[in-house]
Ligand binder design. Sequence first.
Ligand code: PLP
Length: 342
Amino acid sequence: MKHGGNIYRFAQQVGCKPEAVLDFSANINPEQALDPASLLPIQLGPYADPDYTLLKQALKARYPHPNGVEMEVFNGASAAIFALLRRLQPRDLVLYAPLYVEYAKIAGQLGCTLHTIDRFADLHAEVPENSTVIFVNPSTPDGRLYAMQELLAQWRQKHCTILVDESFLDFCIADSVADQITQYDRLYVIKSLSKFYGCAGIRIGFILAAAQAIDALKRFEPAWKLSTFDMAYMRQALANQPYIEQTRRQTAKRREVLQQALEDSGLFETIYPGQANFLLAKLSFDGDGYLLQERLAPSRLLIRVCDNFAGLNKSHVRFAVKDEQAIAQLTHALKTIPQNVF
Ligand SMILES: Cc1ncc(COP(=O)(O)O)c(C=O)c1O
């Protein structure tokens, strides 16, 4: 399975309903900030506000940014990534791998010269002058949180256009690089709300950049990209302040339990130190993640094999941090797998 989260196909394969899948493959918070049943009444007749005023206000309150920095919203961060790269048309594109697979997908369509930097082995490798660099922080699929200052300075020195994807930053206690946009107007911050707010079915993501960069981007955007329903849901979810700290704390606690379960299984030679809502692990003896996936499927457990991430192979598997009950089921299922089976 190329992406995480295709619970529909998996459910068909194992003969259960999609709701019954214990989906460890997609990095989505199992909690939500808002029960859709408590959504305030909305008017679906008229077109939504084409300026997204109330949504943008709620986003700015949640993710403050200085004057001179503007925002454009998209129906999901994936749409934002595609729109931005289509607009920038980079000649040289530098991907810090491994990273979210959609970046390589759009890069392949753009006809640019692709440079891949292995951030595990060579984080501070030279980048071409005037290139466009893409960095995900915390990274996927391993969840490592990077200190960005040195990297930003290195890229600025080379006059790079910089895209930092902070879709998982809310799970960590760390500052966004968005404040630096006022000092460097070729910096873009991309963010998905699907992960932290546990609502991948609501399609909202955004880009923060210098005002003129956002103006240029908007010129190629259609009106009414976001639905009234999605915006109303997100505004109310963003207003739930206690959810933020609660989610961070709960995720950290559950991640520890998950980590312990993976360690205790004895199946993995490495569990990467992640600080987001997922953990990457490498099977011992270059084991086959697809065999592990097969073994777990009868228990309705779906995991992500990471062989389509640059630099990783099928012995790398990723587990999202789910709730205690789901982790307990995974723990039990892992224990039943003999250590030499792969
Ligand atoms: C790093 C990263 N950025 C962006 C996205 C896309 O998120 P969205 O659901 O908002 O399209 C994902 C989804 O997996 C992701 O992992």
